[in-house]
Write a protein that binds this ligand. Structure first.
Ligand SMILES: Nc1ncnc2c1ncn2[C@@H]1O[C@H](COP(=O)(O)OP(=O)(O)OP(=O)(O)O)[C@@H](O)[C@H]1O
Ligand SMILES: [Mg+2]
Length: 357
């Protein structure tokens, strides 16, 4: 339609001018109008058509603007999926989390959690492992109160999560999602957008330098002022993860949720990420949805989920001894990431005679 507007208007304008030239010419020849008036009229016609053309282009823009705003308003008017029954102020949290007989499903027939019980102590670090679709991310989403559960209770610091002032509560949560989202802007803007305004640039720089002696900053062309591009496209996956961990470090939350990406990361970046993680874990109750061996090992307690149920729980040594799903996951997946395993493989590859083993 837009492509048609200009040619059609131009053609009409052309035809109108042609008629004016012809009829006007005849009229001047008969002496009905003077030649000067005729010429002036044709000249001023252009001045009339130009704004008309502009208006029609503007109209097309208004139309696309209207349809876009319709979508925005639909989003603003959307009913919240979760219902709060109170507005308890949350100035501080110790981070104790309890799931009591929680039932949860996204769609009615498909129960994700059934009579789910879990107690996470304040300051504890737990790792959630399990096959895909086991319900790990769902647990994290319930703690962040992104979805409504159907039965049971979730208590944070002994208080029902439904009674909280949600925006204050979420300010106490640090979340690193499976795909870290960065906004177009500089690295420091991305780190600071969530934090209170009282965090100064030197403070951010100081924290940044604590991670891997600040070497990750040297790989950024302008350090903290580097532009990250739309959705962080100019940074590597590892750098994006470091920036999202920095966000949490600066924010200093009470509860930290990490949905770890499966993407392969080189050992050096992994070491830097591990350092940032350790700094966060020291001060928070942490829920790590772990895909990397080093993350699993950082946890105080490992919880193995299967189809929304806890089937095993304990530390690494205990679970390996048990010989259940964790031991299976470890042997098929995690073990290949251990330094011991990598070294052994390298050693075997360097000795052609041993390759057959
Ligand atoms: N938004 C959603 N709507 C409907 N069903 C969903 C939604 N998100 C997840 N599910 C379903 O809930 C179940 C648990 O999903 P969840 O995302 O918690 O798995 P997960 O353990 O995090 O898996 P992964 O390791 O692949 O991330 C799955 O059966 C999944 O199909
Ligand atoms: Mg998940």
């Amino acid at each position: 339609m837009l492509a048609l507007v200009f040619p059609v208007l131009n053609a009409l304008g052309g035809v109108a001018t042609a008629i004016l030239v012809y009829v006007g010419g005849l009229s001047t020849a008969q002496g009905m109008v003077t030649i000067g008036a005729w010429y002036l009229f044709i000249q001023s016609l252009d001045k009339f058509f130009f704004p008309m053309l502009n208006l029609s282009a503007f109209w097309a823009q208004v139309q696309s603007g209207l349809s876009a705003s319709e979508r925005v308003f639909a989003l603003i008017d959307a009913e919240s999926a979760v219902e709060q029954i109170g507005a308890r102020p949350i100035p501080q949290l110790t981070g104790e989390i309890q799931f009591q007989e929680v039932n949860f499903s996204y769609i009615k027939e498909d129960q994700v959690l059934e009579k789910f019980n879990l107690h996470i102590n304040a300051g504890e670090t737990i790792a959630l492992v399990g096959h895909t679709g086991a319900g790990k991310s769902s647990l994290a989403r319930l703690i962040a109160r992104f979805y409504e559960f159907q039965a049971g209770r979730i208590l944070i610091d002994g208080h029902d999560i439904r009674t909280f002032d949600l925006s204050q509560y979420r300010r106490r949560l640090g979340i690193v999602s499976q795909v870290p989202f960065l906004f177009s802007g500089s690295v420091i803007e991305n780190i600071c957008y969530a934090c209170a305004s009282n965090v100064s640039t030197p403070e951010v720089e100081q924290i940044a330098h604590q991670i891997g002696n600040g070497e990750w900053l040297d790989t950024l062309p302008q350090g903290l002022d580097t532009q990250v591009g739309e959705r962080g496209s100019r940074l590597s996956m590892g750098q994006r993860q470091l920036v999202s961990l920095m966000r949490v470090l600066v924010q200093k939350p009470s509860i930290f949720i990490l949905d770890e990406a499966t993407a392969n990361i080189d050992p050096f970046t992994e070491w830097q990420i591990q350092q940032a993680l350790n700094m966060i874990l020291a001060n928070t109750t942490s829920i790590l949805i772990a895909h990397r061996l080093s993350t699993v090992k950082a946890a105080d307690r490992i919880i193995v989920l299967d189809h929304g149920r806890i089937i095993e729980e304990g530390n690494h040594v205990k679970l390996i001894k048990l010989g259940g799903l964790y031991a299976h996951l470890y042997n098929t997946y995690f073990r290949h990431q251990s330094l011991e395993y990598v070294n052994k493989r390298q050693w075997l590859e360097e000795q052609p005679a041993n390759l057959g083993d």
